[in-house]
Every structure is written in structure tokens, then in C-alpha cells.
Design a binder for this molecule. Sequence first.
Ligand code: NDP
Length: 428
Amino acid sequence: MGTAKKFYQLSWANRLTTLIDQGIITPAQAKILKQQANNQLLGDQQIENYLTDYHLPQGVAWHYLIDGQQYLAPMVTEEPSVIAASSHGAGLIAQSGGFKTKIGPHILWGQIILEQITNQQQLKQQLLTQKPQLLAVADQAHPSLKKRGGGTRLLRVRSLNDQLLSIDLGIDTQAAMGANMVNSMLEAVAKYLRQQLGSQVLMSILSNLADECLATATCQLPVELLTKGSFSGRQTAKKIALAAHVAQIDPYRAATHNKGIMNGVDAVTIAMGNDWRAIESAAHAYAARDGQYRGLSHWSLSADQQFLQGELTLPLPVGFVGGSIKIVPLVQLNQQLAQIKEVSDLEKLLVCVGLAQNLAALLALVTEGIQRGHMQLQLRSTALAAGAKITEVAEVVQQLQAQGQTDLTSAQLILQKIRKNGDHNDRI
Ligand code: NDP
């Protein structure tokens, strides 16, 4: 595209016109982009080459009783069954006394990677001796953080191979996620290292493996609550514990087990204006921390076999301020809707959402299978994909269910039939 180099310099309206002029989109499509643009001025500030706002549905999951307090979980997701499963899992846990949580410090790691090292031992020693100066340089690069009670907390030096060292700075980022702050602090230290020690710095950037920013949720359900169909509660509880164990020993299962956890965690993270890629990356790196990728949650039966006990620990370097949080009005509304007042509340909610989502998925998997609960909602999506209008969806879904074939072609044929009959009836 000839003008693509300077596309970002064009006004929003001219960007759309350029796309039409170059035959990439039609005027009718440009109209759709315009209609979907919520706030062009804000969008232009947030990202480069802004065109429109991409909408996802937002709902809310109920029944989150966490440390004796009620929360709602606003969720942004396109996946049909996530919110229903979340409310269901949370509801079972609420009937059993709710979630208990433990929230650790809010520390993000940053790395400065040094290369071309000749004498590792000597350099390591030198860096550790300089620890107070290195921490001071980092803190001075973002003094407001220290004033708020945060700032540098930890420093360690790790050998990556005989040529490479990582200096890891652990920084308390207070109510912010902290990526930008930490990166500025690291770059200041990198500059100091180059100038004062003549170090060869390869790069400096935060690490998304936030294993000093952990949140844990636990719950305990009486097995009777898990009675389902022909399965006794104890049988179901044992199957859930075994299913969770499979995720500990098999990465193929672990990937899907953790995807189910992240279905809820991502949905709330997005609703809260946070960087869900950072949370995804943190969770999966943490899941592989001992060298094998494993399930993030644990489920077991109590010694007397009366209770199913669940536990989930997640690294949750989220923010209550910073990034786009204060500039997107819907995010502030969601903070209020969820009843969260500080960053630790958000961590609590997220880890509990992950555990509830996991319970609902495992419960369905080991009893009736995952498709039954998914199907009603999934069929609506199939009907819409077949071209059904909102007023036609219910009938298409009903007929799909009745005939037992639920693929897209069947939905299209049903729709044709409904419309044909409709025309016929109109003529009578
Ligand atoms: P910001 O750059 O927005 O910094 C946080 C802001 O919040 C600062 O301006 C700070 O003010 C203000 N603030 C107000 N109250 C508080 C408080 N109580 N505690 C802490 N800060 C407060 O955001 P982050 O540094 O959090 O960076 C997050 C963004 O970085 C995300 O959008 C993420 O997508 C992005 N990012 C992520 C990366 C990754 O994950 N690998 C890499 C790079 C960027 P003051 O300046 O006065 O201290």
C-alpha cells in the first residue's frame, strides 16, 4: 500500500477514505467501521492506526463469596458457556462457605541481561557488593513509586550460561501492573552498569514470570453437593480429584485444564482493562516452573472423604490503576460492579474465578460431558452463523435439537425451510 508508511499520520476519517480509495474496503464497509467506533478521539490516543472499536459481549457472573464478602465478576468473552459455568462453580462454592484467599506481595521481576562475560564469579560478586547503589538508581528513576510505599525489594544475579548473566530486580509496583515503570527503572540501571562498570548490556525488560506476585484461592465442598445423575457425590469428587491429577502428569491434558481456568481469568482481566497477554504468559510460564507443564489447580478428597478440596495459585501481576484503566470509562464501571476497591481485591477475584471455572469444567467433564451444557448456547451461535435473524434463532435452535444434527449446513437448511414456510403462510 503506497501510503501505508504514513498511515498513522492521517486523520481517522482519511484513513477510512484511503482504504476505500485503494479498493481494500467498500464505502458500505467503511460505514460499519464508523458505526462501531465508540470514541474516535480516545481510540486514536490509545493505539496507532486506529480504525474502530472491536466489540465483545460483556456479562457478569454471580455468587462469588470470597473471604466472607460478596463480589460480582464482570466478564468479557465471546465463548458462549463461560459465564454460566463461572456462576455455577462459584454458586457451589458459595453454598460450601465460599472461597478463602491468600494474596502475596505485588512484586514484578525485571531483568537486565549482561553478555560477553569473562569472569562470572568476579562480576557476580561485584554486582552483589553494588546492590545498594543499583537499587537506589532504580528507585530514583521512578521516585513516586517509593513515595507510595513501593519500589525495589529484591535483587538476585543468575547465571544463564558461561557468557550470560541475568540481574533480576524485584520491584513492588503498588496498585499498578508496573510494566512501564519497571522498564524505565531497569533502563536506568542498565545505563549505570554500562557507565560505571563497563558492562555489556544485551537488554533490559520486565519478566512476565511474576512468581513473586502470587494469589491463592482454596475451597472445600461437602461431597453431597456433587451428586449428579447416577453418580454419588463421593464418586464425582473422586473423579474430579483424578481428573486434576491427570493434568499434573500429562501436558496434553494440562493445556486444556489450564485453558479452562483462563477462560474466566481472561474474561475478567479484559473487563478490568488489564493486559490479558501478560496474565496468560505468567500463568503458563508458572505452570511449567519445574520443567514440565502441569495443571495449575489441585483437587483432592479430605482424609475422611467428606469434602472435595480445591486449590489454585496464579501469578497475577494486574493493575488497579495505570495502562488504559483510568481512561476507559467502562473499566471504572466494572471495578464498581465487581465491588473491588484495590488491586488485592482484583487478584482475589481473579484467582477465585479461575478456581470456580475449573470446578465447573471438571464437574461437567467427569459426569455428563462438556457438550451438554455447552450445546444450548453453542446452537445459538450456529443459528446466527447460518444467517438467522434474532427472531429466528429460537426456532432454528429448537429444530436443530429435535433432529439431533447440529452442524452449520443443517442449520442453513432449517433456516431455508422456516423462511419458505413463512412465505407460504404469508401468502395464505
Ligand atoms: P503506567 O505506565 O500507566 O504506570 C502506572 C501509572 O499509575 C503511573 O502513572 C503512576 O503514577 C500511576 N499510579 C497512580 N496511583 C498509583 C498507585 N497507587 N500505585 C502505582 N501507580 C500508581 O502502567 P504500568 O507501569 O502499570 O504498565 C502497564 C502497561 O504496560 C500495560 O498497559 C501493559 O500492556 C504494558 N506493557 C506490558 C509489557 C509486558 O507485559 N511484557 C511490556 C510493556 C508494556 P506515577 O507516575 O506518579 O507513579
